[in-house]
Design a protein around this ligand. Structure first.
Ligand code: FUB
Length: 337
């Protein structure tokens, strides 16, 4: 059963979502999307999520539940990304081997296809300078990067529906455009790819992130309470690889565990039950001696999906390495007569 957790809104003065959180040189940084009151239509392509810049936040202290959060202002603006037309969605940032910071971000290009851009900064708070072109062969959304103990960087990505992942097979756009597998077939997988030494291109062809049931069967397309939708995140705990993700239309954050960065990963359960608002998106990080779940919901905007707010709560593991699920539904009570 999911437990209630004490939660904190991190930046009540602005709408942000999709927090990617990392600790660089002992300090905690948050890399969110930046929501705003855009008038873009609410359609099947996710057009309402019409973000046009990124801010970086840092925690000014050691306790994510209480320490002040600093907004460092605009770190990247879409007008400074030569190839991008619209929709700066969930980004992630890693510290490269050269000591610089690499931001990986999705945006739709001039033909309205999502690609992965790279932007570089000497500082974890930016400003970030975008490369003139997206990564060759990149597609879909929600790029999350693991810097593994072998000093390699593995990127996890993808999102179905508005995230366009259903348009690709074997890393190529399908001739027929959009199509989904039939019921009974394995669900569309997220992808994993090792980054090249220069951090600017893929080192290999992206591979499927295979999610297995406890009995070793791939999770099926119709199993929408467990199948991958978007919001990949990878963290390690006691040497195991924890791949977590959103189930989209069933609004859960779930996870699966594997023995290496490529998987396969065995489904283990729910981390966060549905929150108020359509999307749910998270990251998991250890800071000091504690583990934290960062995520968003639409409580402060009264349920407006495109206006989300950042939250944090503590996360705990059982002795067997499974995660104790957190209750997400925070819908405000109806006003009394
Ligand atoms: O913020 C835009 C999109 O909404 C993200 O890329 C998805 O993961 C969902 O949170």
């Amino acid at each position: 059963m999911a437990r209630k957790a004490q939660k904190r809104y991190l930046l009540p003065e602005d709408y942000m979502a999709d927090p990617s959180v990392h600790v660089f040189d002992g300090k905690l940084y948050i890399y969110p999307s930046h929501d705003w009151e855009s008038a873009a239509p609410d359609d099947d392509f996710g057009s309402e999520y019409d973000m046009k810049d990124y801010h970086v936040l840092s925690l000014e202290g050691k306790d994510p539940m209480t320490s002040p959060v600093k907004d460092h202002g605009v770190a990247l603006d879409i007008k400074d990304v030569p190839w991008a037309r619209r929709q700066l969605w969930d980004n992630d940032v890693v510290k490269g081997r050269d000591g610089r910071y690499y931001m990986y971000f999705p945006a739709k290009d001039k033909t309205d296809i999502f690609r992965c851009g790279v932007a570089i900064s000497d500082s974890p708070t930016g400003p970030f300078v975008a490369q003139p072109d997206p990564i060759r062969g990149s597609y879909s959304i929600d790029y999350a990067v693991l810097h593994d103990d072998d000093d390699e960087y593995y990127m996890y990505f993808g999102g179905i529906w508005g995230g366009q992942l259903q348009r690709y097979e074997d890393n190529l756009a399908k001739d027929c455009g959009t199509s989904y597998p039939a019921d009974g077939e394995p669900a569309i997988p997220a992808r994993v790819v090792k980054l090249g030494k220069d951090m600017l291109q893929f080192a290999e062809e992206p591979k499927p992130v295979v999610l297995l049931d406890e009995d070793g069967t791939p999770i099926k397309v119709e199993d929408n309470k467990r199948r991958f939708f978007e919001a990949s995140w990878m963290h390690k705990h006691n040497g195991k690889y924890y791949f977590s993700y959103s189930t989209g239309d069933t609004h859960r954050i779930c996870y699966a565990i594997g023995d290496n960065p490529y998987g396969p990963f065995t489904y283990k359960g729910v981390i966060l039950t549905p929150v108020f608002g359509w999307t749910t998106h998270h990251s998991i990080v250890k800071y000091g001696r504690s583990w934290y779940l960062f995520h968003h919901d639409s409580v402060p905007s009264n349920g407006i999906n495109r206006l989300r707010s950042l939250k944090v709560c503590k996360l705990s593991y059982r002795r067997d390495g499974t995660i104790v699920a957190i209750k997400g539904l925070d819908k405000p009570a109806e006003p009394s007569e």
